[in-house]
Design a protein around this ligand. Structure first.
Ligand code: ZN
Ligand code: ZN
Length: 358
């Protein structure tokens, strides 16, 4: 990863905000700016220097992973160590991540830092860089997406009446770990029959019924990057109504992808998918937003929801995942990951979207 160029870009952001320094504590931001993946880390940027602090438990890991920053192993609280360093810098405005700092930690920072330090609460500044993926990140995301698709294909074979949802999820997660994934992006969703009407139906011990939809939503974390994939299959012979629902969700998903292009707003993409369902009165069953960004974290900006004004830019990686959830009957969701390009969208997910009847 090209950490020095990320540092340069962030130093520009700091300059725009009139910040002399910055304290990074959010784990995904630490990983993004210096490669560290452990816990209890803090990265300080001041006067063009980048210094990483952690404690003795992570000495080895910090030395192995941290790149582009000097590593300091602190004996006590990291803030005290950082404060000692800041004391040498006279008066300075230092930014911190308000969305990752507790009220107690902020009070502690004020207490420990030298008087001349002015703490400035900020939000989303590093995310502004992370939202556009560079070539190296896209390469890693493609690998994660491919692995996510492979393990899904293995797990789907285990779907049959009587098998428990948790068994399917377990097979999928085992295959992911066996193939080298560090973990799952989120708790695997396997929701069968009436439970498929739960948009976030975590795999339960319920057996797969003889007939109905099965929604499988899963993602792997591979070399730091997340994947996200949803497919819905049908067990037993599908009714005409259920087939129509499936076709409508698929059309909505395709319309969402077709709307993706550099310069359009996130809300316009959401609207394109929602409109397809609205024509058949199904939009009232579409109870979430159309998609979200994915990267080091499973849910990142931009959010593709109603009226979102943020404009898509080349290099953003997003999901398109409309669904309908009919209480008491069942639900369908279809989700792909795509990269925004100047002309449209490149679909990363290789998995077929044809209706599969098992
Ligand atoms: Zn998903
Ligand atoms: Zn998703």
């Amino acid at each position: 990863m090209d950490y020095p160029s990320r540092h340069k870009k962030f130093e520009q952001v700091m300059a725009e905000r009139r910040l002399d320094g910055f304290v990074v504590t959010h784990p995904a931001n630490l990983c993004y700016l210096c490669g560290y993946t452990g816990s209890n880390g803090m990265l300080l940027s001041i006067s063009g220097q980048w210094i990483f602090f952690t404690d003795g438990r992570y000495t080895q890991q910090a030395n192995d992973e941290v790149s582009g920053a000097r590593v300091v192993i602190a004996k006590g609280p990291l803030l005290i160590e950082a404060a000692k360093l800041l004391a040498k810098h006279g008066s300075a405005a230092i930014g911190f991540e308000a969305d990752n700092t507790s009220v107690a930690a902020a009070a502690e920072m004020r207490k420990l830092a030298p008087r001349k330090i002015r703490w400035k609460a900020t939000a989303g500044l590093i995310m502004r860089l992370r939202i556009i993926k560079d070539a190296e990140e896209l390469r890693l995301i493609r690998q994660a997406v491919d692995l996510g698709a492979t393990v899904y294909a293995q797990a789907v074979k285990a779907i049959r009446p009587g098998a428990r949802e948790s068994e399917i999820a377990g097979k999928l997660e085992y295959a992911a770990r066996k193939a080298g994934a560090e973990g799952m992006s989120f708790d695997t969703i396997v929701a069968a029959g009436k439970r498929s009407a739960l948009p976030h139906g975590r795999a339960s011990t319920q057996p797969i019924p003889r007939k109905g939809f099965v929604v499988v939503d899963s993602g792997v974390i591979l070399r730091g990057y997340c994947s996200d994939l949803t497919r819905t299959v049908h067990v037993g012979r599908i009714s005409r109504e259920h087939r129509q629902w499936y076709e409508k969700v698929l059309q909505a998903e395709l319309a969402g992808i077709a709307a993706v292009k550099s310069g359009v707003t996130a809300g316009e993409v959401d609207q394109a998918a929602r409109e397809v369902l609205r024509r058949d009165g199904l939009d009232r069953y579409f109870t979430h937003s159309t998609g979200h960004g994915v990267g080091l974290e499973i849910h990142e900006p931009p959010r593709l929801g109603k009226g979102q004004a943020e404009r898509l830019e080349p290099g953003m990686v997003i999901t398109i995942e409309p669904g309908i959830y009919v209480p008491g009957k069942g639900g369908i969701r279809i989700e792909d990951m795509v990269v925004v390009t100047a002309k449209g969208a490149e679909i990363l997910t290789p998995t077929t979207k044809e209706l599969i009847e098992l």
